[in-house]
Write a protein that binds this ligand. Structure first.
Ligand code: MN
Length: 561
């Protein structure tokens, strides 16, 4: 292998062998544009992308052992009868560690906190304008909520927030062995209160609008509605959020959007290219893992088909819809930079919203990755000219941005790349998405959605369109809405399987960088990560609900699970 350098600095002979190597690799790694357009995936996964023997030797027993004994114990206790109490859902963990959210999941505090530090902290946004999907005026919501909070003032002060799932309303629902499933598409309104948890303040739910009958406003429920009606409304939000989490936040916005980057890196960057070496650990196993997901998770009759609310085609439509953020804008790499997503949702002001663990911990990691990438690139590029003359890198950008059948369809990626800063921004977003972002949304699956009444993946009765303000729901009505026991077992199994194993940790790689200068930059990155680890541990001591998911020691390098 030639020395680590951009191609234009290599000898003529090495440049020739780099070209020959890339020509061979381009036959092995090809784009497939027909799987779920406009996303692109890999046509055939080369053998060397498979899980390693160590991966399999560790992951299989870490998963199967605990699950097998748990399932057996559940069966022994003959819990396959109809569930007749919410407490029955707590009995599905005779040997597994039950998700901690089980305690307190019914409270408004837990419900609101999950918008900020749960499985899917990507939906809530500040209501700068009154949410268009709410059929009720501010005055109407105020009258339903009562006098406990001045909503007009909250709105004026920018302290109203919305979690809007109305874009999911196209889903009619799929089927499972014993019948039909449904997906509520609610809109939830929240307010930030300056009091609560001492002086820090807290997020509180204000109202939830459920799906309307055609031509009518949907029911509007508040914390002051009858107890089970309010729990039902919150459950509708949790179901919608769980479906959005798996299809949009997790599958689309990490696994699938990163796939073209791994493909083009293999096709356009020679093994001695500094960017190839930088990115390699962050693409480890992803192509294979994604292909596995297509074959065993989002396949006909597979896990998503069985457990999520929509028919398979509808769940895949959610993936597709997520690629068009807000239904209008195409997914963009530049708009996916963490500071950008936080700003876009109006959540960037820490004085205004002092508590948002996903943002607060995420930005620490973001800055560390950015610094690391900058220091690494400075070894190999003196300035803009070196970037512009790096013809492998420019071919990489060109191919990724190419909207045609042979391209990566990535928008928001400059082609050509003009400056070092542009390249730093691109690589920071890629590494952050493969590492911290994926880990934050992957390893929260079992802890939050693994307790089924907190995160049902589907409803099992049509969402109600009417509620009697005088007469609360019965427990039986709520239970019929929730997953039955076989579905409960299946959901626990898959989410445990997807959350229980970590292959590596951010900044620690199987193959050390060959270049001693790069190893020094990596050592500095690890030191930064250690500092962040201590900072987050300290923060977690002061958080009512700890948020460990972005502790660097729990973050992977790549989308390997
Ligand atoms: Mn994953």
């Amino acid at each position: 292998m030639s020395a680590i350098r951009p191609p234009q600095f290599d000898s003529a002979e090495n440049q020739e062998s780099r070209r020959a190597w890339l020509a061979r690799n381009r036959r092995k790694y090809q784009f497939e544009a027909d799987y779920l357009p406009p996303l692109t995936v890999i046509k055939d996964v080369p053998l060397e992308e498979s899980f390693s023997p160590r991966y399999l030797a560790e992951r299989v027993p870490a998963t199967l052992g605990p699950l097998a004994s748990n399932t057996l114990a559940v069966k022994v206790r003959s819990l396959w009868d109809p569930l007749d109490d919410l407490r029955d859902y707590e009995d599905f963990y005779p040997t597994l560690t039950a998700p901690t959210v089980m305690r307190g999941y019914q409270t408004d505090e837990s419900f609101a906190e999950q918008r900020l530090s749960g499985a899917n902290p990507m939906v809530i946004r500040r209501a700068r304008d009154w949410p268009a999907s709410l059929a009720y005026s501010l005055a109407e919501v105020q009258s339903a909520y009562g006098p406990a909070l001045d909503l007009e003032q909250k709105f004026k002060d920018g302290h109203l927030y919305a979690a809007d799932y109305s874009a999911l309303s196209f889903v009619k629902g799929g089927t499972y062995l014993k019948g039909k499933k449904y997906l509520p598409a609610p809109v939830a309104l929240f307010a930030w209160r300056g009091t609560g948890y001492g002086q820090r303040g807290e997020m509180m739910p204000v109202a939830i609008q459920l799906a309307p009958k055609p031509g009518e406003k949907g029911p509007l429920l508040t914390p002051f509605s009858p107890r089970l009606q309010w729990l039902y409304a919150k459950t509708c939000v949790q179901i919608a959020d769980a479906n959005h989490h798996e299809m949009a936040t997790h599958l689309c916005h990490t696994h699938f959007v990163m796939e073209p980057f791994a493909i083009s890196s293999a096709r356009q960057l020679a093994p001695a290219h500094p960017v190839a070496i930088l990115l390699r650990p962050h693409f480890r196993f992803m192509l294979f893992n994604n292909e596995l997901a297509r074959k065993r998770l989002v396949n006909q009759g597979g896990i998503v088909d069985n457990l999520l609310a929509g028919a398979l085609s509808e769940s895949l439509e959610i993936v597709k819809q997520a690629y068009f953020t807000n239904a209008q804008t195409h997914w963009r790499l530049d708009a996916s930079a963490l500071p950008q997503t936080i700003w876009e949702r109006g959540l960037d002001d820490t004085d205004h919203l002092p508590h948002y663990p996903y943002r607060d911990d995420g930005l620490l990691l973001w800055q560390a990755v950015e610094r690391y990438v900058g220091a690494y690139l400075a070894i190999y590029y003196a300035g803009a000219e070196d970037i512009q003359q790096d013809y492998e890198l420019q071919a990489w950008a060109r191919e990724l941005a190419d909207p045609g059948p042979e391209g990566g369809h990535v928008r928001g990626l400059p082609s050509p790349i003009h400056t070092l800063e542009e390249l730093q921004a691109i690589l920071t977003t890629v590494i952050y998405t493969c590492g911290p972002q994926h880990s934050a949304v992957n390893y929260t699956q079992y802890p939050y959605l693994g307790f089924i009444p907190n995160g049902p993946l589907a409803a099992y009765q049509p969402p109600r369109t009417e509620f009697d303000p005088q007469q609360d729901l019965t427990l039986g009505e709520l239970l019929a809405f929730l997953p039955p026991s076989q579905q409960v077992m299946d959901q626990i199994q898959i989410l445990y399987t997807l959350s229980c194993y970590r292959y590596d940790r951010l900044g620690y790689f199987d193959d050390p960088f060959p270049d001693p200068q790069a190893r020094r930059v990596l050592a500095q990155f690890r030191q930064d990560l250690q500092g962040i680890e201590r900072k987050i541990e300290l923060r977690n001591k002061n958080r009512v609900v700890p948020y460990p998911y972005l502790r660097p020691s729990l973050v992977l390098n790549s989308i390997s699970i």
